[in-house]
Design a protein around this ligand. Structure first.
Ligand SMILES: [Zn+2]
Length: 617
């Protein structure tokens, strides 16, 4: 018996070995191999080689992406590619044709195509590629070409680092045995894996969950001190703990690790971008002066590891790298993340009640006064992301009258939902909702729809009518939640910032010898708008007096809402006269009860603690 067992075991073992060797050979043969070097980094160039093997005899279609995960406008990354050459396995040059501005077709190959090209990149942020003498921040869609039909193949990328510079590689890609070599199981993961190359400072810590260790890394490119890095890492730790407390657990990171890729330097552009197991956070502000601002981005992006990366709207699956991706759920994916990004800072104790309230007041005021809210619901605002999210166009737009960012809109919907749950349902909060959405959709990575979110709210509250009304009024509809009564629970008084003050509407003026020129868009429905005045017009006189920096405020303060002003103005070179009926200054503010001399009851104190206090202690 032992003998038989032994020979069977050997047979089994060799069979297993054969199967393993055979399949790994296939994988190796099919693996797409990239190599990137930075010999001309001072001039913002990288040299990239790609090897495609085991190709069918069709022409190989190679493309540069036009979109980048988490960024919704189209970007023609192909414009930064030049000196492209394609060769076969015998190093013979191949013919390349251009069917579109972002595609290269390579015909006549022998099953192998070796592609080389030069890439220019001088914007280090969460979308583009920035290469310079100090470091490189690489977003993969902006950096690496890929081929149609080979999206499922595994990928290996090798970073050839400049000699004597102490550069290292930080990324969510899987580290391989060969130095500076990393892999991705397929194209979607590869393109979602930004990489920082440079002499960064590393801090890392372990979190044990259910017997499993998860590593959190902070790779920090900055000019600051080691002590600043330590202090900042301790702040990031607090954010991680508080967010974990919201969901009850960290996500399963693909390779057991989550990496904050932070670059705080004068040579980056401020940004934050979420990915499955990492985030790129860039800021021109150093930790010495702006640690808390930078932490705000960290907090927002880390929350995305649950909300949008794993709690994923169906509308974004799979992400299309060649087209604009439209989602009606960004009020949730971005807006609720914005809400928690700020709330978590309060829960860490790094932001005071007063600071949190000021921020809330500014965000709520902006949302309440946005004229665009009359035109589009939060869902419809989300669908406009491809036109606004880092979208650049030269023609003027009417966005100040038609648009409200789904970040702000969704942030304030989250506030309304959190406070409504706390008001209407004993012991329920938005944390409970997020946790249930996580359990139902995020943990299993089942993409959700709007209907799923609505049903889940009904399930949580045991009241589908509440859920339906909330969704149809404030998310799909254009109604405003009762913020005044909701905020009162927390001892926060929502009131007019300048009660009884007459106003021409929110407008920025530039005063000169001629008069006051309107510098900002004139908002629809405002007194100036109704009087036919437009951005660029110059107010020559108000009730006979030339407006100046000194007298303008006084001119309005003497008046009451409803009073009429006689205005002479110049519009496109023509002098005109109009009468403007003054409106009420609509700016809103939130004042704490203690600031307003009102009583802060024990109930208010415990409400604030439950809402804004630590959950991880
Ligand atoms: Zn975001």
């Amino acid at each position: 018996m032992p003998v038989i067992f032994s020979s069977f075991s050997r047979l089994y073992h060799s069979l297993f070995l054969f199967v393993f060797v055979a399949s790994s050979q296939i994988v190796n043969a099919q693996k797409i191999q990239y190599e990137i070097s930075f010999d001309n980094a001072a001039h913002h160039e990288a040299q990239i080689n790609v090897s495609f093997t085991n190709l069918t005899n069709k022409p190989l279609e190679v493309v540069m992406s036009r979109s980048s995960p988490g960024r919704y406008a189209l970007h023609e990354f192909a414009k930064h590619v030049y000196a492209l050459e394609a060769r076969n396995s015998k190093d013979q040059k191949l013919q390349v044709s251009r069917p579109s501005p972002y595609q290269w077709n390579i015909s006549g190959h022998d099953g192998t195509v070796r592609l080389t090209y030069t890439l220019f990149g001088n914007r280090a942020d969460g979308t583009y590629t920035g290469i310079n003498a100090l470091f490189a921040v690489l977003n993969m869609p902006a950096t690496f070409m890929w081929a149609h039909g080979l999206e499922k193949r595994p990928i290996e990328v090798r970073f050839r680092l400049p000699e004597g510079q102490q550069w290292k590689v930080a990324t969510q890609l899987k580290s391989e045995k060969t130095p500076n070599t990393f892999s991705a199981p397929h194209l979607q993961y590869f393109l979602d894996s930004p990489t920082i190359v440079g002499n960064y400072t590393l801090r890392e810590w372990l979190i044990t969950e259910g017997g499993k260790e998860k590593t959190i890394q902070l790779a920090l490119l900055h000019n600051g001190t080691e002590a600043e890095a330590d202090q900042y890492a301790s702040l990031v730790k607090k954010v991680v703990s508080e967010q974990k407390a919201v969901y009850g657990e960290l996500p399963e990171y693909d390779f057991g690790k989550y990496t904050f890729l932070a670059a705080y330097s004068p040579y980056v552009s401020g940004d934050g971008m979420e990915h499955r197991n990492s985030t790129v956070c860039t800021s021109t502000h150093p930790l010495a002066t702006n640690a808390l601002d930078n932490l705000g981005t960290i907090s927002h992006e880390f929350f995305h590891a649950w909300n949008v990366e794993r709690i994923r709207p169906k509308s974004l699956e799979p992400f299309d790298f060649e087209r604009a991706n439209m989602s009606g759920e960004l009020w949730f994916a971005e807006g609720f993340t914005t809400y928690y990004g700020n709330l978590i800072l309060s829960r860490t104790g790094e932001v005071t009640l007063e600071q949190y309230t000021r921020e809330l007041a500014a965000n709520l005021d902006y949302m309440l006064r946005a004229p665009g809210r009359k035109l589009f619901s939060a869902v419809e605002m989300s669908q406009q992301a491809p036109f606004v999210d880092a979208a650049v166009s030269i023609e003027p737009n009417n966005r100040s009258n038609t648009y409200l960012s789904y970040y702000n809109f969704g942030d304030m919907i989250a506030l309304a939902l959190d406070l409504s749950l706390r008001k209407e349902f004993k012991n329920l909060t938005l944390d409970d909702y997020m946790r249930l959405v996580w359990k139902k959709f995020g943990k299993s990575e089942t993409p959700y729809t709007m209907a799923d979110l609505r049903t889940t709210l009904g399930e949580l509250t045991g009241n589908q009518t509440f859920a339906n009304t909330f969704y149809s009024s404030f998310i799909e509809g254009k109604e405003t939640a009762p913020y005044k009564s909701l905020l009162a629970q927390a001892g926060m008084l929502l009131e007019n910032a300048n009660p009884g003050q007459a106003s021409l509407g929110y407008v920025a003026l530039r005063f000169s010898n001629e008069g006051a020129q309107i510098q900002s868009p004139v908002l629809r429905g405002s007194p100036l708008y109704l009087a036919g005045m437009e951005s660029g017009d110059i107010i020559l006189s108000i009730d006979g007096a030339k407006p100046t920096q000194e007298n303008y405020k006084a001119l309005l303060q003497q008046k009451k809402p409803g009073d009429t002003l006689s205005i002479v103005f110049s519009q496109m070179g023509k002098e005109k006269q109009t009468s403007v009926k003054l409106g009420t200054d609509e700016a809103m503010n939130i004042v704490l009860y203690e600031e307003a001399g009102m009583q802060v009851t024990e109930q208010i104190k415990s409400f604030r603690k439950s809402w804004l206090g630590s959950k991880s202690e």
